[in-house]
Write a protein that binds this ligand. Structure first.
Ligand SMILES: C[S@@+](CC[C@H](N)C(=O)[O-])C[C@H]1O[C@@H](n2cnc3c(N)ncnc32)[C@H](O)[C@@H]1O
Length: 282
């Protein structure tokens, strides 16, 4: 079979499940991942006859796409802040709004100075690793309760050639008097069970529920636990940065008590939704 026929094969198999543009995008991503061919090369080499192994790879990918598995899990990687990250079903796929959170942190930090950073709920390690990469003088720590997620995060730190100290612990009962840092950052689970019905099957059926969901009656439990941790593990004048649920922005803001925190600032993302908050420890 020729490369161009493989494209038709994918289109015929996925039509009705995805739009034409999405199917084209899948085809080019699969070509890039499996054949190391960029889009322009695919067009130039469309008459090339593909091997039986390549056909098998596309056939298997098609079956996975029919089950709405995210393309990032199928190819096993994603790009985030200009870096490549290994991803599988043990970790949340890093999102663009989290890149915005990193941009906000970097705006404020003087990269020439030593600094200690703790990322809570690190997942793939995307936040910790990007910060370690962009801030060569930073000492970066990253915590997660999931040993599976940490195994992926460690591979990502190695692949991106940064040092991060990983901690396997639950933020809900973590006690450590010794680690005091300048910045705590977290994108904790914040989607209420009641919001599940708004979510698409590629997220709901494939991404780890441990990374996403909180109970309707206590949706801010991770924020409360992390704010308590800040009282011990965040230096005076240090900053806490959170990614937040847009529907709970004001509730999240009100968790910061005035005696422990100075300025508390909400920030909107590119879609003008309140998706980030930062507070200064006083
Ligand atoms: C929304 S994901 C964020 C992943 C990654 N930081 C990102 O931004 O893509 C939340 C992460 O919190 C972790 N997590 C869930 N419960 C936790 C707990 N009790 N203690 C520490 N981490 C937890 C999950 O395993 C998951 O990796």
């Amino acid at each position: 079979m020729q490369l161009k026929s493989l494209h038709v094969f994918l289109k015929n198999g996925l039509i009705g499940y995805y739009s034409k543009d999405e199917i084209d995008a899948f085809f080019y991503r699969l070509c890039d991942a499996h054949l190391k061919l960029k889009r322009i090369d695919v067009s130039l080499k469309s008459d090339t006859v593909v091997s039986p192994q390549t056909f098998e790879y596309f056939e298997e990918s098609l079956q996975r796409l029919l089950k709405y598995e995210p393309i990032q899990y199928i190819i096993g990687s994603t790009s985030f802040c200009g870096l490549d990250f290994i991803v599988d079903e043990k970790v949340l796929i890093p999102r663009p709004e989290t890149e915005e959170l990193i941009g906000w942190i970097l705006e404020q930090i003087d990269s020439s100075k030593p600094i200690k950073i703790l990322d809570i709920g690190t997942g793939s390690g995307c936040i910790a690793i990007c910060l370690a990469k962009k801030l060569p003088n930073a000492e970066v720590y990253a915590m997660d309760v999931s040993s599976g997620a940490l195994s992926i995060a460690k591979l990502n730190a190695k692949a991106n050639q940064v040092e991060v100290t990983f901690i396997e612990a639950s933020v809900l009962d973590w006690k450590n008097q010794d680690l005091v840092v300048d910045v705590i950052v977290s994108n904790p689970p914040y989607v209420r069970e009641s919001e599940k019905e708004m979510m698409s099957p590629n997220v709901l059926d494939h991404e780890p529920h441990l990374a996403l969901f909180v109970e309707n009656n206590n949706p801010l439990l991770f924020y409360k636990a992390i704010i308590d941790i800040c009282k011990i593990n965040l230096k005076k004048d240090g900053f806490i940065y959170f990614e937040i649920n847009e529907y709970l922005a004001e509730d999240t803001k009100s968790l910061f008590s005035l005696d422990a925190f100075g300025t508390v600032q909400l920030k909107t993302d590119i879609f003008s939704k309140n998706r980030m908050i930062r507070a200064k420890r006083c």
